[in-house]
Write a protein that binds this ligand. Sequence first.
Ligand code: BGC
Length: 768
Amino acid sequence: MKSFFTNKPLFKIAAAAILVLPFGNTMAQTQSNVNMNAFISGLMKKMTVDEKIGQLNLVTSGMAITGSVTNNGVDNGIAKGQIGGIFGLYGVENVRKAQELAVKNSRLHIPLIFGLDVIHGHRTIFPIPLGMSTTWDLDIIQKSARIAAKEATAEGLNWVFSPMVDIARDARWGRISEGSGEDPWLGGKIAGAMVKGYQGTSLKNADAVMACVKHFALYGGAEAGREYNTVDMSRLQMYQDYLPPYRAAVDAGAGSIMSSFNTVDGIPSTGNKWLLTDLLRKQWGFKGFVVSDYTSLSEMSNHGLGDLSQVSALALKAGLDMDMVAEGFLSTLKKSLQQGKVTQAEIDLACRRVLEAKYKLGLFDNPYKSLNAENEKKDVFTEENRKAARLAAEHSFVLLKNANQILPLKKSGGTIAVVGPLADNKRDMLGTWVIAGEWEKSVSVLEGIKHVVGDNVKLIYAKGANITDDTEFMKRLNFGPGMVSLDSRSPEDMIEEAVKAAKKADIVVAVVGESQSMSGESSSRSDIDVPESQKKMLKALAKLGKPMVIVLFNGRPLTLTWENENAAAILDVWAPGTEAGNAIAEVLFGNYNPSGKLTATFPRTVGQIPIYYNHKNTGRPYTDGPTKFKSNYLDISNDPLFPFGYGLSYTSFGYSDVKLSKTNLKGAETLTATVTVTNKGTYAGEEVVQLYISDPVASISRSVKELKGFQKINLQAGEAKEVSFTITPELLKFYNSQLKYDWEPGEFIIQIGTNSADTHNAKVKWLK
Ligand code: BGC
């Protein structure tokens, strides 16, 4: 039984030299690598086969169990050297006990590594990753990871299962909430920022955690958006659209990577040699270790690859170093060695990589390096951290609609009806991955509004609807205790109460959408509307003809056609984290002017999925005119409701035409593309100026456009700024049918604008 939300400790209880690497590579090594290799070789000489295999075993403590397997006898296992790391255990006292067992009681005193799903904050919860991505602010994103690392290390952790960098083009998939959306270029930038934030300036620092990039690879490509489903795509699509963020994380120095549950080219990732060795290590030069996902090793049997012994041997040979929870390595590898199914060298290689991670983290120097009870008290959930979480949340909100400038709301005078099941609600503020986050400490929307307006505005609250009235659906949402419940009143009575409140008000603020467990792992939905119970309430309110502002909670793009037609304004707040209510109120009342931009396309209906901006043209593209025999639907437009990169502001921005420094270029020349952006409204505001490039003639069919740059600028009312992008041939490169990454000469269209569907364009000819 998965329990992402538990926070009760259940577990009671370690000068340059030249080196020729495996695969024949040669590279300059630093003295510290030489020292590391010497140390680990010395240690491994003393290790028995059992002890080596023990290092490959990652167990859960039971504090945060995410699957059906539990591990008993963890203490015993540690002392016997059968465990290399624990995940799900935190708190200085708990971690110290486990580490002491390893360091004092195991024969070779090898410390353990302690991991956890710290995904969007540890104790101070930041917006869900999809929300962090809509900030388009790499500093804010890197800082959030730094703060999470500080809080996590203060509680004894040294390894985090983040960043999740899976590209997703299907909003039915619940884990779209955990990634950075659909764009590989932006995804790569965010992946790099997260890795740098977590790992800091040196992994040896007491406040650094090792990042674990996941889920390698292509996990977001699950067919039909159904969790854990088959992934099947061409190599070209992998290289061009899905692999870049993993690569960017590796290039940023990520210390570890997690294999995914799905198959890649028909072979489960966890046992896929092409993926884990040829691509990851030989092509990309990854030097860290690979851990499986939760029981993904034993799940290879369900994929049809053989029994536990067979799949364990396969995975080891493919390049998997650590087995999360399945205990396939622990229980089968020794026998497989005796039978000649695996070699000693293969076991040694995996063991070496796990030990190297511990060495890089400085655990052999000081296994207790971050175990400091003082830090645990002073570095966690601080006022400063909460402020950073609030700032991130404010920047993450996307204003989807704002008719007649209804927002921002006035801070004094009048009456506001604050209605909806997410209005006076703390639990659902935090979002999907919050193992150590305490929802009781989060700020509800109603509280936040009160903090901002005090007594200056009259507020009338009504819950108005259950999150859902569907009891079967509710059961599925409630895999933990007390998450979504039915009100004792009938749905009709609740709606009536909301209508009454609205009748007395000048403006209605309806806080609706998805609860915490409606997105995230194992939370696929085939219908991505606002749940029916809440929609009924919205429809009843709309009939009153009062201006209605929707504050929308969602872990994925939703289908919002009705809401877009009937609400005056829609502010998409994702799941904003600990400071939710405060951040929302700051934005609603104009203390912060929203600047978030979508990183995932919002479809009109589920039938348009998969829908993404960087699609191909097709042989019969539809633009306008007669529709017959063109690529389109009989019943709906091809266009999304809200395109990638979209987001409004309380002000409006005007764009000039694009000025190019040259229109004919050759070879490694540099092009400068400039626009002037003018703040044409009455509020100061931030704008994310986006650069896209099209390559209309090439040796393969290219995407209609690709994001290649952005700048977030701040403009006072009336102010104008020139924004320039430097374009080199590097930005023109793509993978051709031989999977060679290069650019081809010809014409390119440089597009700059406020979102992917609204750009100013200029053509350039670039020859080799
Ligand atoms: C998830 C991973 C997670 C792991 C450990 C799995 O079910 O797919 O993202 O890191 O559990 O909790």
